[in-house]
Design a protein around this ligand. Structure first.
Ligand SMILES: C[S@@+](CC[C@H](N)C(=O)[O-])C[C@H]1O[C@@H](n2cnc3c(N)ncnc32)[C@H](O)[C@@H]1O
Length: 242
């Protein structure tokens, strides 16, 4: 039987391995940097969100989009001039045992609603209790499952096309890519598709993906606005590019 000291060390090691920064070996990071050298450059976004109307709504309803991250002004910019944007958000908050759970269900949906009172707002989440508890239109969805994505697309199609699609669900690239491929047909011609909370270690990965898949998009690095946060990066597809 192992000593408790050894068990503690193994537990610590597991924590280190599971940190998003450490999921890519340094050689893979270097390979991605080389592969991305001729891809579109990163955009550095530095407009602060604190005073935006949307930022205040995110804070009021418990979403982390303004306080931990700094996305509100960016969204105000993307939706500027659209009075009633059609918004789809994947990942609506959950207090269950799901990846990236921990925020109360519906916080960001309430914030979108306060900022855009006449909008169509639709949500999706893996947590049945979460989507059942919110007051907006919402359905169950597992972003890692193409069958589930197909069912979800059919359920929400009549509410689109969407001016804004936000992926704030399972923040891992396999789920993000399956979701983009499934949801892009539901994006309005001038709409914006945004993948949130991209870890800084994945910037070159996303530059390569956009390039290889010939997707019109940019990686938006906002780390200067939140120096203590290591996932303050967005992938913007279509929308108002920089
Ligand atoms: C960061 S929270 C969303 C927070 C919310 N958008 C807000 O700003 O208040 C991430 C959500 O992703 C959901 N999620 C995790 N894995 C998922 C999956 N495979 N498919 C769909 N949703 C998933 C979790 O249940 C959780 O509600």
């Amino acid at each position: 039987m192992r000593s408790s000291g050894a068990e503690f060390e193994i537990a610590q090691l597991k924590n280190v391995i599971h940190e998003r920064e450490n999921r890519l070996h340094d050689y893979v990071k270097q390979a991605l940097a080389t592969a991305a050298s001729e891809a579109s450059p990163v955009t550095y976004y530095t407009r602060n969100s604190n005073d935006s109307k949307l930022g205040q709504s995110f804070d009021t309803y418990g979403s982390d989009k303004n306080q931990r991250h700094s996305y509100a002004q960016f969204y105000e910019d993307q939706l500027d001039g659209i009075e009633s944007p059609r918004i789809l958000e994947i990942g609506i908050g959950s207090l269950g045992q799901f990846p990236y759970a921990g925020l109360k269900p519906g916080g960001s949906l309430q914030a979108w609603r306060e900022r855009y009172p006449t909008s169509v707002i639709v949500g999706g989440d893996i947590d049945e209790e979460a989507f059942a508890s919110v007051s907006e239109i919402a359905f169950q969805l597992d972003q890692t499952d193409t069958d589930s994505l197909d069912v979800f697309s059919t359920q929400i199609a009549s509410y689109g096309p969407f001016d804004l699609i936000v992926d704030d669900g399972f923040h891992d690239p396999h789920a993000n890519i399956l979701t983009v491929l499934s949801m892009l047909p539901l994006l309005a011609p001038n709409g914006s598709y945004v993948i949130e909370d991209v870890h800084s270690s994945l910037i070159d990965f996303w530059r390569v993906v956009l390039d290889v898949r010939k997707i019109h998009g940019t990686v938006i690095d906002m780390s200067a606005l939140r120096p203590d946060t290591d996932d303050n990066v967005l992938v913007l597809i279509k929308g108002k590019q920089f």
